[in-house]
Design a binder for this molecule. Structure first.
Ligand code: IMP
Length: 504
């Protein structure tokens, strides 16, 4: 399948290629043009993978152990993006993180966490703590799966003796509705009957799932236009997998947790193992989208698409914490890599994600203009409230969080998955050859603040280019190649004591 539609920037990249050059973000800027687009009116819907539907913003978080676990994935999905939970977690913990995202907001929960009437309150509270659940509403099912009652937060709050059984504190009057009840109907019933969860039973009174008031209300009241939501009403979530021996188990658990998309996260996606993993996933789990990577050459991107990948991740060496280009001496500068891969995939319907090296919001505009459908961010999202890890209070009074490469020595020592990402079997420290570094980044507050600034910059860029949508940007964009003085001129210059700005 080939799409011959020419884009405005094709001539620019052809000329660069003829010179034998490849460009990175700092080498280029976009041409401005006639515009009727106000930044606020720019439409940011984007695709990460073929079937998962549009993200509301073109931002995906990197599957790194200092960037994405459940909290980041929840926060990002609520802003309209997507979080990819890293594979440094055990398969079980990674699947629980996906479940946590899925349970955070769902109009209808098909397989809710249920408790047993014979459990004690203490046992259930310990279970909630262990699983890190943030909700306290549960249906109570007996050993044969029959609904016996419900418990909500107030039942726990008014319980004086934690050795009491759940059957002693639960609401025994069962207020339920039939399968097929819509969100609006559920909301009406819950408001009339003043219940916080509404169990749904089929014709044979078999328990099918629950509606929860907070989620139903949010949807009915229309408070969630930005949320990135799956067809079952849950927040969308992604997870990384590798090509190692636990891949099958990981996929099985992730599928059970209802993951929307998996990312085969390797340092070299153009390899037999990755292509086989794509084929395995698509054959065994046809309903789960598979994004594969990373690659940086046109032929590699095509090979992944032809193997069945639903998205291709581009970037070998641009990451802020990455030393691959220096240690291994390989990798195409990112703007050219994105352009070449995206051009090779025109007409395939397979989105391209530009992964790594995004330093400023303007780089996002450039990545999308070069043909990417969305970007993946590591450093820019690290150091936020939602990224994993504690805030460290340094002696110079700075608040920082750790940000490290998944191929850094520390990550490789800690995680088998990290060693596999870089094809290393040994786990002894002196036998590891890192391709990333460990660092600290300033604590930046909530991720929503960072994303607001990034999207503000992107909107502005789209306005300058006269593009209302990302696909229009891809068609209209054209580039200048900068000289060193152009780069110097682009940044603030000739000034001292530059005040901190929220986006620079
Ligand atoms: P950043 O946004 O520039 O910080 O780049 C993040 C990206 O770097 C991730 O999404 C990965 O593709 C890549 N990456 C993560 N860890 C490493 C590493 O240790 N070495 C090389 N690349 C890495």
């Amino acid at each position: 399948m080939k799409n011959t539609e020419k884009r405005k920037c094709d001539d620019f990249f052809d000329k660069i290629e003829k010179l034998g050059l490849a460009l990175s973000y700092n080498d280029v800027r976009l041409k401005t043009g006639y515009s009727q687009i106000l930044p606020a009116n720019a439409k940011l819907q984007a695709k990460f993978s073929r079937n998962v539907g549009f993200l509301n913003i073109p931002i995906v978080s990197a599957p790194m152990d200092t960037v994405t676990e459940a909290d980041m994935a929840i926060a990002l999905a609520k802003i309209g993006g997507l979080g990819i939970i890293h594979k440094g977690l055990s398969p079980q913990n990674q699947a629980s993180a996906v479940e946590k995202v899925k349970h955070n907001l769902s109009a209808f929960i098909y397989e809710p966490i249920c408790i047993n009437p014979n459990q004690t309150v203490a046992e259930v509270l310990a279970f909630i703590e262990r699983k890190n659940y943030r909700f306290l509403s549960f249906p109570v099912l007996n050993n044969s799966g029959k609904l016996m009652g419900t418990v909500v937060k107030s039942n726990f709050e008014f319980c004086l003796d934690n050795s009491a059984k759940i059957s002693d504190i639960m609401l025994k009057e069962i207020i339920s509705a039939e399968a097929g009840t819509t969100v609006e109907q559920a909301y009406k019933i819950m408001m009339q009957k003043r219940v916080k969860i509404l169990p749904i039973l089929d014709k044979n009174k078999k328990f099918k799932g629950i509606y929860t008031l907070s989620d139903v209300r949010r949807i009915v009241k229309g408070h969630s236009p930005d949320y990135n939501i799956s067809s079952d009403g849950t927040l969308k979530a992604g997870a990384a997998i590798g090509v190692g021996e636990d891949t099958r188990q990981r996929m099985e658990l992730l599928a059970k947790a209802k993951v929307d998309v998996v990312v085969i996260d390797t340092a070299h996606g153009d390899s037999k193992a990755v292509i086989e993993a794509v084929k395995f996933c698509k054959k065994t789990y046809p309903k789960i989208d598979v994004v594969a990577g990373n690659v940086s050459e046109a032929e590699s991107a095509k090979r992944l698409a032809e193997a069945g990948a639903d998205g291709v991740k581009v970037g070998q060496g641009p990451g802020s914490i990455c030393t691959t280009r220096i240690i291994a001496g390989v990798g195409c500068p990112q703007v050219t890599a994105v352009y070449n891969c995206a051009k090779a995939l025109r007409g395939y319907g397979v989105p391209v994600c530009a992964d790594g090296g995004i330093e400023y919001s303007g780089d996002i505009t450039i990545a999308l203009s070069a043909g990417a459908d969305c970007v993946m961010l590591g450093k820019l999202l690290a150091g936020t409230t939602e990224s994993p890890g504690e805030i460290i209070y340094r002696h110079d009074k700075k608040q920082v969080k750790v940000y490290r490469g998944m191929g850094s020595l520390g990550a490789m020592i800690d995680n088998k998955a990290s060693r596999e990402r870089y094809g290393q079997a040994e786990s002894a420290e002196n036998k590891l050859v890192p391709e990333g570094i460990e660092s600290e980044v300033d604590y930046k507050g909530d991720v929503s603040f960072i994303i607001y600034q990034l999207l503000g910059g992107l909107r502005s860029g789209m306005g300058y280019c006269g593009a209302e949508t990302i696909s229009e940007l891809q068609k209209k964009a054209d580039f200048y190649r900068l000289t060193p003085s152009g780069v110097k001129e682009s940044h603030p210059h000739g000034l001292e004591q530059i005040k901190k700005s929220p986006n620079y």
